[in-house]
Design a protein around this ligand. Structure first.
Ligand code: ADP
Length: 853
């Protein structure tokens, strides 16, 4: 059961709240009534107090006037008398004491003073009350000034026991009661407002009196204080100047006020108390009669608990009936709720199951179609996607429109047979026609069902066009791969990680001279030459570790007949999609022919080297050994020459016949010496040749140093050593800035000496020789050039000048044709190269390239 909210719907007010509001409103009304009655009472008291103030104020003033009138009479009566006029002139003290002193008591005055017309005091008398008072006029103020404005005066001065009231008048003869004549003197009388006098006044007026200082501008007033029920009157007492200095304060509390105030207060208290009690009682009653039953009902309804209604069982009011009804309705509603919950659960289960089927049918990628009477009667969203029609369009559509005409017969036949209950292939493929004529391949499965109590088929269709395309593509690609694999001009093999051949092409089999079956039964380790196996395996390990992806090497396989075949092998690793090593792909190329050629070349090179060494040995031996007999020949030729001289001397001395002698002389003087000269020239030439050969052969044995050469210094020294020859030939030799190179200082000096010597030697007969030596860096070598403007060399001779004993013109200059040969050998041994460019008749450029590092 769902629990109800304790709080009511928005905008509603509970009965409790309403009752509370009523109670509060009642309380407020009572308070207002009380306040109103109290204020009426107070108003009445105020009115009465105001009336009392007016009445007693008048009484006070009349009492004061009455009391003061005796003093005024005293002053006024005595001053319109001829005796007084005489007295101020004569100063008759006896008269004064009889008339004035005794009059003090009569008029209840305490002192009297008389002054003459000039204002000088003539008489003063006082009783014991005002004994200490010196005079009525303070010092510095004349009595004439006091009467400056009027014939009478009335003022108060400060006395020791309180204020002293002074009254006075100007003195005139009795025939001038109007006081029109000038004053004959002045008369002042005084009365002390001491405690006694005030007590008398209080008794007379029924007030409490006191004297207090008066502020400026003080006026007679009456002040009512309601709280205490008193009326306070103030009456300023004028000083000599006419302004107030002190004032009389009289307080009065009319007898009725205390009672009235008391009764008003107590009635208020009683009324308030009663009101409070009434409200309290009412709220208690309301609480137990209304609010509590209501609260219980409300709680019970809100919480759905019948237990909360228990206290109301014996309630005889409507609440009791209500509780009974609510209790009964709880019973009904519990049953109802149970039933509703049950129904809801069933509906929910149904809905969920429907939802599940709907979800499956709507989201399955396969098209689901129900066909009845060869028409679509149900289609899911995937069906509409596959056919390209909206679900509404599909419903009722004839299958003739959906199935490609080529497949229509077989699909319709299957449909008929399925409906007839025959056993039909339940998976089949056919083509469909989409909305705009596009043809797609589908794979379908169908079963017989009852649809709305009539036979129908339920079919599941999947679009397999892409799959078929992919299958075709895969087939094509496999075909292409197979063709490529099989028809490759090189051997291709797939080799397992353990070394077993998994797949080999025919070319591989041909190269290793084995059949395919033999290959597939063997490992590459078994058919690899033992000397090459370690290198192969170590490369494979690197590929497997991933440090290299592929490698190539030359190795030998053992053919079935036991012979070796050299191959160039390239291996790469094929990995599985997850990155794990799958198998090796080996590509082999038969390089036996090249290997054989290389081996032959190597053998030939060795042979050449050997022959060269032999030749050098031979040249050395020949040149060295031939020198000895040559020197003997040269020596014996010298001996022969000396012997010829001896022969001629002997002949002179002999007596031989003249013909004979002339014949001998002719022979010894011309023929023999000429022959000897030929022998001499021949042997000299031979000696030169031998020394040239010796130098050449020595080159092969000389140890070379390889050091960094400052070529400006090396070539500079060469040019300096040839300076004499150059000058003799009238030649100009210019040396540029030459970059350094690596070489042997002696040998490199020899190269440049030969080249410069040749440039001087083979100069042009028609112009003075000009020789330039330059050098420039080129890659990791320096190319030096010795350029001359000499005779030049014909193109067909340029290569040959570096061969031994070759001279372009054997008659031109001296030489054995070995200089450039030696240059070539030295440069070659230094790891360099020498070549010549030339323009016949214009000059030649000999280039020497030497390494820089
Ligand atoms: P040779 O001892 O004859 O000088 P070389 O080997 O030094 O021998 O030179 C071979 C031949 O090359 C020379 O006989 C000459 O004909 C030719 N030759 C060398 N240098 C020059 C040059 N600078 N100008 C023209 N011909 C040259």
């Amino acid at each position: 059961m769902t629990s109800m909210s304790v709080r009511g719907p928005q905008g509603w007010t509970s009965v409790q709240t309403q009752l509370t509001l009523v109670m509060v409103a009642t309380a407020v009304l009572i308070v207002v009534a009380l306040v109103w009655s109290q204020s009426t009472e107070i108003h009445r008291i105020d009115v009465n107090l105001a009336a009392d103030a007016a009445e007693h104020g008048g009484l006070l003033d009349r009492a004061l006037e009455l009391e003061g009138s005796s003093l005024a009479t005293f002053a006024y009566d005595y001053t319109c008398r001829d005796e007084m006029v005489r007295f101020v002139q004569t100063e008759d003290r006896v008269w004064a004491s009889r008339n004035i002193n005794e009059a003090l008591g009569t008029y209840r005055a305490n002192a009297a003073w008389a002054f003459d017309a000039s204002g000088s005091p003539v008489y003063a008398t006082r009783d014991s009350v005002l004994e200490a008072v010196p005079g009525p006029v303070p010092s510095g103020l004349s009595v004439k000034r006091v009467f400056g404005r009027d014939h009478f005066c009335h003022f108060f001065i400060n006395g020791p026991d309180g204020p002293i009231e002074i009254r006075g008048a100007t003195i005139h003869p009795s025939d001038d009661p109007e006081r029109r004549t000038p004053a004959r003197g002045y008369f002042l009388v005084a009365r002390s407002w001491n405690r006694q006098y005030l007590a008398e006044l209080m008794r007379l007026t029924g007030t409490t009196m006191g004297i207090s200082p008066a502020g400026p501008g003080a006026k007679p007033s009456a002040e009512i204080v309601r709280r205490s029920g008193t009326i306070t009157f103030t009456r300023p007492l004028p000083n000599i100047e006419g302004g107030p200095e002190e004032m009389l304060v009289a307080s009065l509390q009319p007898g009725w006020t205390a009672a009235a105030l008391h009764s008003s207060r107590s009635s208020l208290l009683v009324q308030a108390g009663l009101a409070l009690l009434a409200i309290l009682g009412l709220s208690l009653v309301l609480r137990s009669w209304v609010m509590r039953p209501l609260g219980l009902l409300r709680y019970s309804l809100a919480s759905g608990s019948a237990k909360a209604l228990k206290p109301l069982e014996r309630n005889r009011t409507e609440f009791g009936q209500l509780a009974l009804l609510v209790g009964q309705s709880f019973g009904h509603s519990a049953a109802l709720v149970k039933e509703v919950a049950e129904r809801k659960r069933t509906e929910q289960t149904l809905r969920e199951s429907e939802e599940k089927y709907r979800l499956v049918v709507n989201n399955v990628s396969e098209a689901i179609i129900v066909a009845q009477d060869w028409k679509v009667v149900f289609a899911n969203p995937s069906a509409s996607k596959i056919f390209g029609y909206t679900p509404q369009q599909l419903l009722g559509m004839d299958f003739d429109k959906l199935v490609y005409h080529g497949d229509r017969w077989s699909v319709a036949d299957g449909y008929r047979r399925r409906l007839a209950g025959e056993d039909v292939r339940d998976r089949f493929r056919f083509r469909i026609v989409r909305q705009f004529g596009e043809i797609r391949h589908v794979e379908a499965s169908a079963v017989y069902i009852d649809w709305m109590q009539r036979p129908a088929t339920l079919s599941f269709l999947a679009d397999i066009t892409e799959r078929m395309d992919a299958e075709n593509a895969l087939r094509d690609s496999e075909e292409r791969f197979r063709a490529t694999f099989e028809q490759a001009a090189v051997g291709v093999a797939h080799v397992s990680l353990a070394g077993r051949f998994l797949r080999v092409n025919q070319r591989f089999c041909d190269i290793v001279g084995r059949t395919r079956d033999e290959m597939l039964a063997s490992t590459f380790q078994e058919i690899t030459h033992p000397d090459d196996l370690d290198a192969d395996l170590s490369h494979l390990r690197e590929v497997l570790s991933g440090s290299i992806t592929t490698y190539s090497m030359e190795k030998r396989y053992i053919r079935k007949d036991g012979s070796y075949v050299w191959v160039n092998l390239t291996v790469s690793l094929m990995r599985e999609p997850d990155g794990r090593p799958g198998f090796f792909i080996s590509v082999v190329e038969d390089v036996s022919a090249r290997k054989r050629a290389e081996e032959k070349e190597q053998r030939l090179a060795h042979e050449v080297e050997r022959r060269k060494a032999e030749l050098e040995q031979l040249i050395y031996a020949a040149s060295h050994d031939l020198r000895t007999p040559l020197i003997s020949v040269q020596g014996f030729v010298g001996e022969l020459k000396l012997s010829l001289k001896d022969l001629l001397a002997e002949l002179e001395r002999s007596d031989a016949p003249p013909e004979f002698r002339s014949r001998i002389v002719e022979l010894t003087r011309s023929d023999i010496p000429e022959s000897l000269r030929f022998i001499d020239a021949g042997t000299s030439r031979m000696a030169e040749l031998l020394s040239g050969l010796l130098r050449l052969s020595r080159l092969g044995r000389t140890a070379f140093r390889a050091e960094r050469l400052d070529m400006n210094r090396v070539v500079g020294e060469v040019v300096r050593s040839l300076e004499f020859t150059a000058r003799a030939a009238g030649a100009e030799v210019a040396v540029g800035d030459l970059p350094a190179c690596i070489g042997d200082p002696m040998q490199v000096g020899q190269v440049f000496a030969n080249l410069v010597e040749n440039a001087l030697k083979y100069r042009s007969p028609v112009r003075a020789p000009v020789i330039r030596i330059t050098g420039r860096r080129q890659g990791d070598s320096v190319v030096y050039c010795v350029e001359d403007n000499g005779s030049g060399i014909a193109p067909d001779m340029r290569e040959r000048v570096f061969t031994p004993f070759f001279r372009v013109d054997p008659k031109a200059g001296s030489g054995e044709g070995l200089g450039l040969t030696i240059v070539g050998r030295i440069v070659e041994r230094l790891g360099g190269r020498v070549w010549v460019e030339s323009d016949p008749g214009k000059g030649s450029r000999f280039f020497v390239a030497l390494p820089t590092g």
